[in-house]
Structure formats: C-alpha cells, structure tokens
Design a protein around this ligand. Structure first.
Ligand SMILES: *[C@@H]1O[C@H](CO)[C@@H](O)[C@H](O)[C@H]1NC(C)=O
Ligand SMILES: *[C@@H]1O[C@H](CO)[C@@H](O)[C@H](O)[C@H]1NC(C)=O
Ligand SMILES: *[C@@H]1O[C@H](CO)[C@@H](O)[C@H](O)[C@H]1NC(C)=O
Length: 467
C-alpha cells in the first residue's frame, strides 16, 4: 500500500478514536452535538472510500473503452458520452482520420473524468446545503448536489452488485468450466460498469419526476365504533414529512396547501418532520401553511427532524401564529359533525435522545384526558411509537386511530427493505385486532435529503371516518 494512503488512514483512525473517547466522557447536549459531528465524519469517511471505488471502476471502463476502440473500428455509440462525442466530431475538420480519432478519444476520456470528478465532488458536499444558500425557494446548485447524492447511492449499489456477480462467478469459473457466465461478464465488464452509471442517473431522474409533480391523494375509509349514527362522517387530511428545507420551497408548499384545502377536510393533521432548518431561513417557504383551512382545526406534532436541524421552540411559535395547534404531549377535545373527538399529539420518540429541554415522548400524559366517550386520534410521527401504544394495555384502550409518517415508504428503492426492518409499520392502513385500533402510516408529502422518491411516493392521505 502507498505510504501516503497509510498515513491518511492512520490519521483518519486517530480522529475517529479521539471523538469516540470524547463521546464517552460528555453528557447532554454536548454529547448529542458530538454524536452528530461524528456521524458526519463517519459518513464522509465512508463516502471517501466509496468514491475511490467508484472512480476506480468508472476509470477502468473509460480506459478499457479507449484501448478497445482505438484498436478496432467499433462505433462509440454506446458510450454514455455520445452527446459530447457528437459535438466534438462536428467541430473538428478531419484531414487526418487516425490522428483525429486519437484526439477525439483523448478528449472524451478527459471530459468523462472531469465530469466524474465534478459529480463526486458535488455528491460529497450535499449536506452543506442544509447550512448555505438557504431561502424560500431551492437553489439550483443545492438541488443538483442533493440529487447527485441519490445517483451516487444507486451507482454504488449497482457497481457492488456487478462486482459481486463478477467475482462470485470467477470463483465458480475457476473450479468448474472455462466457457461460463464469468467469461461473458469479463468481456462486458466495462459495459456493465457504464450501465450501472446510466441506471443510477435514470433512477435519479425518475425520482426527480416524483418530487417535482403533485403529490398523489390517497383515500382511506375507517369505521369508528364510537361514532354516533346521529352525527356525520369526519374527514382528516394527513400530511406528514413536509421537510421544508434546501430542496422544498415555497411553491411546493403552496401547491400542497392548495391540494389539501381542495379536499375540504374537517381536520388537518401534520404528523411531524415539518422542517429541516431554522425558522429564519425557511419562514418564506413555510408561510403558505398558514392558509391551511379546516373547520375542526389544523394540528401538528413533532417528528425526529424537529430535534435534529432547527430550533423546535421557534417552530412552535411560528405555527401558533398561523393558528396551527401544536400538540406537545397534549390533546384537544373537539366536536365535528356531531362526533366527539379527542385529538392528541406526542413528542417524537427521538426527542428524549436529542436532549432538548422540556421535550420527550410522554404517551401517558398525551392521552391521559382522552376518554372512552370520544373517538381518540393520536399523532405519533414514528410507527415504532404507534407500536409502543398498541403493546401497552393502558394506552391502547385510549386510542382508536394513530397517524404516523417517518418511513417515506423507503424513499428510494434500495432503502425499502431497510425501512421494513427498522419500523413496526411501513406504509398504508393497519388494523390491530387485539386492541381494535387503526394505524395509518403515510409515506409523506415530501422527502429528506435528495429530492428523489419512489414512484407515487409523495402522498396526501384523505381519511374518511364513518360510523
Ligand atoms: C431556541 O430559540 C429560543 C427563542 O429564540 C431560544 O431562547 C433558545 O435558546 C433556542 N434554543 C436553542 C437550543 O438554540
Ligand atoms: C388566526 O385566527 C384568528 C382568529 O380566528 C384570526 O383573527 C387570525 O387572522 C388568524 N391568523 C392567521 C395567520 O390566519
Ligand atoms: C360516510 O362515509 C361512508 C364510508 O366512506 C360513505 O359510504 C357514506 O356515503 C358517507 N356519508 C356521507 C353522508 O358522506
């Protein structure tokens, strides 16, 4: 191994070890900040290794293509850089076809490498855009950088899959036969690498389409045993994971508000993860929320991101000024269409770990004054908090419907399995027979991080409760 790389690795290891020691000896907010810093550093370290890997693979493909093609007369039409190839061919006169071809290939390779460096660089700095170039509307560079990180993740996964196939078939090939799948994979290796890159960008553009078109309205009907037949139906528009931030701006929020109001819901519930930043940076983007209209009220409870990126107290003030009722481990009794309801909201499961004074999920307090004579609805951002309610004898009697978000339905295809492992409920309507309680998990109207989401992944849930 190269000496410089050795030194770099030792330096990185030392940094991580010293932060790990510091983490052990701090408490409270200082500890929490250190954990966040360490998470960022770990992510950066992992990304450096991943970028080195991507760079090696893609370079292999580019160079292989060059060598291959200057020998034979195969067209470069398959090359992902075919557009720039075309432009350069057009620009250059060709008195000397051989020399011209060399020059052209050299240029192509350099352009491809430069583009790849730019791509890797923008992917690496994506998280900075949670702190710079903030405003009511997203910045183009921020959107590009954040989108690239999704392409990056997909490319990495596809390259790893290609390599797993390549090396596992090589193992088999060495032992069994000469004319094998491995021979095919070996011959087409650079093509498969370029295909991984191409697919990564295709998934990125597909995801961008989802996040830049209107969220889908999904209807749900839920029977409520405590509804009186004298009264009418009650509808709830569930918005979760609004994630106002570097790529979710005022226009997007205004459109979501317009679509929500058009449903004419009796109640609007915002189930956490409203914003990824400070009120002073995102007030302009958040203002359209003040236009949400529902006769039974607009309610908000926190999500984990309220405790990660901003100042939750300031967001509470902002929402209260907008006539949005903040449910901070508390509930409100209302009567809508002749039905008695208790709308409750708990702090997020993560709040206690974030060490924000006065915050922490307290389900007992949240539900204490919701009684059996009303239909009780709980806003609890994480499905695992819903699970905590269902598995508790006292709490589960108090609730009829739990509204959650948090999972983003996986947000991007590769993460769907992980979300299934990490959450008690993932997406859609669930019914717990034992406690006779419904849970609805929304995939959210928006997303966190890259503006990339699975098809149909942005949703407004319109729930009709009937007797
Ligand atoms: C949040 O904002 C409030 C009001 O501006 C301020 O008093 C408080 O110290 C802030 N909290 C943190 C953790 O910055
Ligand atoms: C909030 O409600 C009050 C009373 O209904 C009203 O006067 C005020 O204009 C509302 N504020 C906003 C921001 O909608
Ligand atoms: C109430 O909801 C049920 C179920 O969605 C529906 O069949 C019924 O027509 C609704 N009633 C009214 C008055 O809208």
């Amino acid at each position: 191994m190269n000496l410089k790389i050795k030194i770099a690795l030792i330096a990185i290891a030392l940094v991580h070890i010293s932060i790990a020691i510091a983490r052990k000896s701090t408490h409270g907010i200082a500890h929490h900040r250190l954990v966040r810093l360490h998470t960022v550093l770990i992510t950066s370290t992992v990304m450096l290794i991943a970028s080195y890997y991507i760079w090696k693979r893609v370079n292999f493909a580019i160079k292989k293509n060059k060598a291959h093609k200057s020998e034979s007369e195969i067209s470069i039409a398959n090359n992902i850089e075919s557009e720039s190839d075309f432009a350069i061919t057009e620009l250059l006169p060709s008195p000397n076809p051989v020399g011209n071809r060399r020059l052209r290939l050299l240029c192509l390779q350099d352009i491809a490498q430069a583009l790849m460096l730019l791509f890797l660089f923008l992917s690496h700095i994506a998280l900075f855009f949670y702190y710079i170039l903030l405003g009511p509307e997203p910045n183009v560079i921020a959107i590009t950088s954040l989108s690239f990180i999704a392409a990056y993740a997909h490319i990495l996964i596809f390259l790893v899959i290609a390599d797993i196939l390549y090396y596992s078939t090589r193992l088999i090939h060495n032992k069994v036969s000469a004319n094998s799948i491995h021979a095919y994979l070996h011959q087409n290796r650079s093509f498969h690498i370029l295909l991984a890159v191409l697919l990564g960008f295709l998934f990125m553009f597909g995801g961008l389409y989802t996040t830049h078109t209107d969220p889908v309205v999904r209807n749900a009907n839920i029977p409520m045993k405590r509804f009186t037949s004298n009264g009418g139906n009650v509808s709830i528009a569930l918005l979760s994971d609004v994630h106002i931030g570097p790529s979710v701006g005022r226009m997007r929020i205004a459109r979501i508000v317009e679509l929500t109001n058009a449903l004419k819901p009796d109640i609007i519930a915002i189930a956490g993860d409203l914003a990824d930043g400070l009120v002073r940076d995102f007030q302009g983007a958040a203002e359209p929320l003040c236009n949400l209209k529902a006769p039974g009220g607009v309610y908000f409870a926190t999500g984990n991101h309220e405790y990660m990126h901003g100042n939750v107290t300031e967001w509470f003030w902002f929402l209260e000024n907008c006539n949005i009722t903040v449910l901070h481990n508390e509930n409100k009794h209302i009567t809508v269409n002749g039905q008695k309801l208790c709308v409750a909201g708990a702090d997020d499961l993560f709040a206690a770990r974030a060490h924000v004074p006065g915050h922490g999920m307290d389900l007992k307090k949240t539900l204490s004054t919701c009684h059996v004579d009303s239909t009780n609805i709980l806003l609890a951002h994480q499905p695992n908090a819903a699970k905590a309610v269902l598995t508790d004898n006292y709490l589960s009697q108090k609730v009829n419907l739990i509204l959650s978000g948090h999972t983003h339905g996986g947000q991007m295809y590769p993460f769907v399995p992980i979300v299934h492992i990490a959450n008690a409920f993932v997406r859609g309507q669930y019914y717990d027979k034992k406690t006779d309680t419904y849970v609805y998990v929304s995939a959210g109207v928006n997303y966190f991080g890259p503006p990339i989401k699975i098809f149909g992944g942005c949703e407004i849930i319109f729930i009709t409760m009937s007797s």
